[in-house]
Design a protein around this ligand. Structure first.
Ligand SMILES: Nc1ncnc2c1ncn2[C@@H]1O[C@H](COP(=O)(O)OP(=O)(O)OP(=O)(O)O)[C@@H](O)[C@H]1O
Ligand SMILES: [Mg+2]
Length: 294
């Protein structure tokens, strides 16, 4: 009898409305030159190869170079969208493996810092693409500027890229501290780049994870490592992402492992990203100051 009652109350899963909303990953790191852009580009290609409809956004206004790494030549950029001259849909480009890319500009900066209206307008336009993508990966600039805070707070996962240099470690920890305070993010993911091996990577992870746990009450999850690899540098010169040009290199292997880790460990395909994105948008709509972090 009880079971019959239970069965009666169960709504068939095909009748539950499940909006198709992408998981949004922001790639950050604090220090410049640690490999954020290359990680974004190559991760995007790996995700696309895993069958995911992938969108990459170059969030580095003014010093954009995701298009360079992917060998694209954009005619229009996010600057044109922010100035109200184009819609986001008009500037999206298509790269290898069918990945879609929203480029930014380099050398010109019509919009140095996003104002509240631009932030909401951009979120709106990105969300209008929701149904078209499974995963969105945002390449953020170095530092913890307001634009970085904007991108990380618009994401469901923040991936920090760190290298073994003490300056990178210090900047990574400082960024986690500031971003967790400013955006209320309490979980970060970590990729260790340019290391010799797994042991070195794990040591770096342990350091950042234990400091973040003890002093910031922030959890840091390990996604994996990318070895220092000459083929990465060659691929930059050749303007072909290394997972494409050197698929058997150690860096490509590392990145494939990381992609699998993101899918198995993360929220791709789940609703966490949705809720966060939605919640933040709601809050910002009612109290616009929240997104300006003043
Ligand atoms: N695994 C690696 N092995 C060897 N060299 C690497 C590796 N990863 C990155 N590099 C080198 O680091 C350089 C900087 O990488 P990238 O442009 O991705 O960094 P970034 O963090 O985006 O920099 P910025 O802060 O300026 O945006 C690359 O041009 C490449 O030469
Ligand atoms: Mg970069």
């Amino acid at each position: 009898m009880r079971n019959a009652q239970k069965e009666k109350n169960i709504v068939p899963s095909n009748l539950i409305y499940q909006p198709k909303i992408p998981t949004v990953l922001a790639v950050s790191g604090g220090k410049g030159g640690v490999g954020k852009t290359l990680t974004t580009a190559n991760l995007g290609l790996c995700m696309a190869r895993m069958g995911m409809r992938t969108l990459l956004i170059d969030g580095d206004f003014g010093l954009a170079n995701l298009d360079v790494v992917l060998n694209l030549r954009p005619q229009f950029t996010l600057d044109d969208v922010l100035c109200g001259e184009r819609h986001l849909k008009d500037i999206i480009m298509t790269g290898a493996e069918g990945i879609r890319v929203i480029p930014s500009s380099s050398g010109v900066m019509k919009v140095p810092e996003l104002d509240k209206l631009q932030k909401l307008m951009l979120l709106d336009q990105i969300e209008s693409l929701d149904e078209e993508f499974d995963v969105v990966i945002i390449d953020t600039p170095a530092g913890v500027s307001k634009n970085v805070q904007y991108w990380t707070s618009s994401s469901s996962e923040v991936i920090m890229v760190v290298t073994p240099e003490p300056t990178s470690l210090a900047d990574c920890y400082a960024s986690i501290k500031i971003l967790s305070q400013m955006t209320a993010e309490k979980t970060f993911k970590l990729i260790v780049n340019m290391v010799r091996n797994d042991i070195e990577a794990k040591k770096i992870y342990e350091k950042i994870s234990s400091l973040s746990d003890e002093y910031l009450q922030v959890r840091v999850d390990y996604l994996g490592y990318i070895p220092f690899d000459e083929s990465v540098r060659n691929s930059v010169r050749e303007r072909v992402p290394y997972v494409q040009k050197y698929p058997f290199s150690s860096a490509s292997q590392g990145l494939r492992d990381i992609s699998r880790q993101i899918v198995t460990q993360g929220t791709v395909g789940q609703l966490k990203g949705t809720m966060q994105f939605f919640w933040r948008k709601m809050v910002s709509a009612h109290t616009p100051d929240i997104l300006s972090y003043k």
